[in-house]
Design a protein around this ligand. Structure first.
Ligand code: PHE
Length: 337
């Protein structure tokens, strides 16, 4: 019996089978157990001899099982470690590398340029009050120019800002009509428009404002000229045309000379040789006064541009919606631009 048990224990390579062997010899109905049970039938002289042998057999089987059990468990752990080992020599799966959005990059480029000219960068809320979006900028209720800006109203008083100009109104008030202001404010703006290749209900603007003593139109022209040359190339010319904005007087629109893209987007400027880039002007005295600046002491200029349009011209992109549908095939092209 002992030999039989030890033999099968040494042969088994499986923890479950080892357990079965244990039961078959030492369990309630096991063969050694039945030997021990049968001892009652033996004579007084035989009993201690058989008992001693049976106990020896039991402890040797138990010891063998324990030893085997340890052995098998160690092997199982080793196998698990082996199975779960990471093969560091396998080639890796390529990781998709993201990048900054083409508009983000252009806005940062423009920000850097203006920071270099001493402007600071300000931000303001996209959900604005009617007051800051319109009234503080000389667009009282029923002003016809409000139509230019088809507005998403949230309530009677709250709206999605239609331009970044309210940030200027806020900054001027913050500076309490005392300090000079020299800032730009980039951000998203919203207008009720049917989206197509050249219209989007959401787009970006960068607006600039410079208020100080003796700020003149020639300062505006100098700053814009510098901007145009840095963004589009040193060989570009700018020209200012008279225009109208309620918050500036006089108001102008700035064109730059063509060849700016040399690609698809250029069809727009072939005829005249100029393309419109932004609106600007000298801050309206009323706007200065409303913000607490004495318009006899202070003067200033403001300008507003659309990075979407600038990016379209700079890179020859023919559909504004490309900026917002997040097609990675489109976006990837500009990661290294
Ligand atoms: N706020 C104007 C717009 O949204 C742009 C602008 C800004 C024009 C500042 C003049 C001066 O169209």
């Amino acid at each position: 019996l002992q030999n039989e048990a030890l033999d099968s224990i040494s042969k088994t390579q499986d923890l479950k089978k080892l357990q079965e062997i244990k039961v078959s010899f030492l369990g309630k109905k096991g063969s050694l157990t039945s030997v021990l049970r049968g001892m009652g039938k033996l004579s007084k002289e035989e009993r201690p001899i058989v008992g001693e042998v049976a106990n020896r057999v039991r402890s040797s089987i138990t010891a063998a099982i324990e030893q085997k059990n340890e052995e098998l468990e160690a092997k199982a752990i080793e196998k698990q470690l082996e199975d779960e080992a990471i093969d560091v020599t396998l080639p890796g799966r390529p990781v998709q590398v993201g990048g900054k959005h083409v508009l983000t990059k252009l806005i940062e480029e423009i920000e850097d340029l203006f920071i270099g000219m001493g402007f600071e960068v300000q931000e303001g809320p996209e959900v604005e009050t009617d007051f800051f979006n319109f009234e503080a900028l000389n667009l009282p209720p029923n002003h016809p120019a409000r139509d230019m800006q088809d507005t998403f109203y949230i309530t009677n008083e709250l709206l999605l800002r239609t331009h970044t100009s309210p940030v200027q109104a806020r900054t001027m008030r913050e500076y309490k009509g005392k300090k000079p202001v020299k800032m730009i404010c980039p951000g998203k703006v919203y207008r009720r428009d049917n989206d197509d290749a050249t219209h989007s209900h959401q787009f970006t603007q960068i607006e600039g404002l410079y208020i100080d003593r003796n700020v003149r139109m020639s300062d505006l022209k100098g700053v814009l000229n510098n901007f145009a040359k840095k963004i589009f190339g040193q060989d570009r010319e700018i020209r200012l045309r008279p225009s109208f904005f309620p918050f500036t007087e006089p108001s102008v629109e700035m064109d730059i000379s063509c060849k700016i893209c040399g690609g698809k987007g250029c069809s727009v400027c072939k005829k005249s040789g100029w393309i419109e880039i932004l609106g600007a002007g000298m801050v309206h005295p009323k706007v200065l006064e409303m913000a607490g600046y004495d318009s006899k002491e202070f003067s200033g200029f403001a300008f507003g541009m659309g990075p979407d349009r600038i990016a379209m011209l700079k890179y020859g992109i023919d559909d504004i919606r490309q900026f917002y549908v997040n097609d990675t095939r489109f976006l990837k092209q500009y990661h290294n631009a």
